[in-house]
Structure formats: structure tokens, C-alpha cells
Design a protein around this ligand. Structure first.
Ligand code: HSE
Length: 305
């Protein structure tokens, strides 16, 4: 069977950062954040050329090992075949190893770009197929669901396949992130989790996670209670003691604060009035910033002029 045809024009894909778990929803909740990586992909006659600016420009591989390239390749396989060559330009803004979904952003950029440069790609890979492929590459669905769909997502695995629903957070919710200078590997943070947890802790998290859907979409006044977690944050403390201490300090002040994803970034979900004050509560060793919720998810955009 003949392989697919490719578009000659370059495509630009923008992918948002994301915060997973949001406290009680381990490997399930995700929130897309308005901090973006940008990738331009063009099908070429031969070879693989990658330019990287910004985060990871000193360390990321410029060959087939790059997560973005592996994701492009996986999507092209599903789309029916590989192009002869690729030119890729990355502008990375999402910090790496901080629990802000940089790997999901790379994966989603790769698969969305592969679809966009393939003639008839949308007909061959729908959003559900993108979610399944991205989850297969990432290993869990929470960040990739938020990155692909935008907004507030709830994801789960069913018969080995990822599923997700997208919800719209209340307009009044303002995310504030506190990013530390040192990364923590997700594998390290996952390696600290126990194989079993007390039934009472599982029950508490189930209730809080259900409450978080109501709190984040309709009643932000419930966010403090709804962001309590007993399943992962404390266990991960040894890998990120300063982050856990900041979560506890913020919560002692009544601020709904959680570890973002596998950490070590701390996320607070506040309102417009409190945002600047809360951002100022951490010390100078934290890069604190308000970041809007992203509602579009991974998007193909016009090329910059
Ligand atoms: N849910 C995941 C975790 C997010 O907490 O390990 C990290 O990618």
C-alpha cells in the first residue's frame, strides 16, 4: 500500500504546560496552563534537522532519541508511513523536570504535528486516537489529556486504553505556580510511592477528588478541602522537602496548595484578589508566577510572520 502524502508547508504547533493530580486525583486530574512550547515542523527531502531554543537547549538530543521525534515517528507509523526527511524548530518555555508537563507537551506536539503535515491526517487520527497514542508514550494519561484538550481534565484507563473528559474551570480560579530551581525526575517521585495504602486514605481521596470536580468548576470556595491528598504528596517528601514544606505553609494560611504533578513545583488555586499576595508568600528561591488556565489545548497555529 502506498504511504501517505505530506503537505509541503511547515506547520506550527503550540502545546500548553499542565499540572497533574491537583491534590487528590493522582494520575487522573489535569489542568492545562497558559505557558507554551512552540514547534514548527516541515517535511523535507531527507535527513533530520532539529533546532532547539529555550528550556533544554543545552541538554536535549538533536536526533531520533528526542521525545518529540519519537512521538512524531510513532504518529507517522499510525498515519501510514514516515516522510523522507524532517526539519524541526523548537521554542521551549515549559521548565523540564518540574512537574509542569514538559514531556507531555513534547509528545503532544509531535503527534499533532505529524497529523497536521499528513494529507488527510485528521481523518486517520481523531482526538481519541491522539489521546491513546500520547498516553502509550507517556505512561499515564493525566498530563497528556490536559495538554491535548485544554481546561480541566479527568482521565482514566479502560481496557488498557486512555479516556478523558474535559471540563471548564470556574473563571475566577487563578493558578499560581512556585517553580524551584532544581528538577526532580518523575521516575524518582513515582519510585517513592508505596505499593499499598490504608483504606481510610483511599476513601478520603475518593471523596476529595469527587468534591474537586464541583469545587474547580462551580464552587471555588470548596477548593481548600477538595485539594487535600493522602495518597502521594507526603510519600514524595524525601525527594522534595522544600516543596512539601511550602505546601504546608501555604495551607496553614488557608491557601489551596498542592504539589504539581510529580513535583517539585507547587501549585496554588486562588482568586484574582489573592493571586499577587499568594505569589509573594514564597521566598526568593522560588520562581512564583500567575499562569492563566489554557482552554484551547494543543493547537495548530499560523506560522509566525
Ligand atoms: N500523575 C503523575 C505522577 C504525573 O504524579 O506521577 C507526573 O507526570
Amino acid at each position: 500500500m502506498a504511504g501517505p502524502a505530506f503537505r509541503a508547508a511547515a506547520v506550527r504547533v503550540r502545546t500548553p504546560a499542565s499540572s497533574a493530580n491537583l491534590g487528590p486525583g493522582f494520575d487522573a486530574f489535569g489542568l492545562a496552563l497558559g505557558l507554551y512550547d512552540d514547534v514548527v515542523v516541515r517535511v523535507a527531502d531527507s535527513g533530520l534537522r532539529i533546532d532547539i531554543a529555550g528550556e533544554g537547549s543545552e541538554t536535549l538530543p538533536r536526533d531520533e532519541k528526542h521525545l518529540l521525534v519519537r512521538s512524531l515517528r510513532a504518529a507517522f507509523d499510525l498515519l501510514g508511513g514516515q516522510p523522507r526527511g524532517l526539519e524541526i524548530v523548537c521554542a521551549n518555555r515549559i521548565p523540564h523536570g518540574r512537574g509542569l508537563g514538559s514531556s507531555s507537551a513534547a509528545i503532544c506536539a509531535g503527534i499533532v504535528a505529524a497529523r497536521a503535515v499528513t494529507t488527510g491526517g485528521e481523518g486517520r487520527l481523531d482526538t481519541q486516537a491522539l489521546l491513546e497514542l500520547a498516553t502509550e508514550i507517556e505512561g499515564h494519561p493525566d498530563n497528556v489529556a490536559a495538554c491535548l484538550l485544554g481546561g480541566f481534565t479527568l482521565s482514566w484507563m479502560e481496557s488498557g486504553l486512555a479516556r478523558a473528559v474535559r471540563m471548564t474551570p470556574a473563571d475566577s480560579v487563578v493558578p499560581v505556580v512556585f517553580v524551584p530551581s532544581r528538577p526532580v525526575l518523575t521516575e524518582t517521585a513515582r519510585g517513592l510511592l508505596p505499593r499499598t495504602v490504608p483504606h481510610a486514605d483511599a476513601a478520603a481521596n475518593a471523596g476529595r477528588a469527587a468534591l474537586l470536580v464541583e469545587a474547580l468548576t462551580r464552587r471555588p470556595g470548596l477548593l481548600f478541602t477538595a485539594t487535600e491528598d493522602r495518597l502521594h504528596q507526603e510519600y514524595r517528601g524525601p525527594a522534595m522537602p522544600e516543596s512539601l514544606a511550602l505546601v504546608e505553609r501555604l495551607r496553614a494560611d488557608g491557601v489551596p496548595a498542592v504539589i504539581s504533578g510529580a513535583g517539585p513545583t507547587v501549585l496554588a488555586l486562588v482568586d484574582e484578589e489573592a493571586a499577587d499576595k499568594v505569589a509573594g508568600l514564597a521566598g526568593g528561591e522560588w520562581a512564583a508566577a500567575r499562569v492563566p488556565v489554557d482552554s484551547a489545548g494543543a493547537s495548530v497555529l499560523p506560522l509566525a510572520p
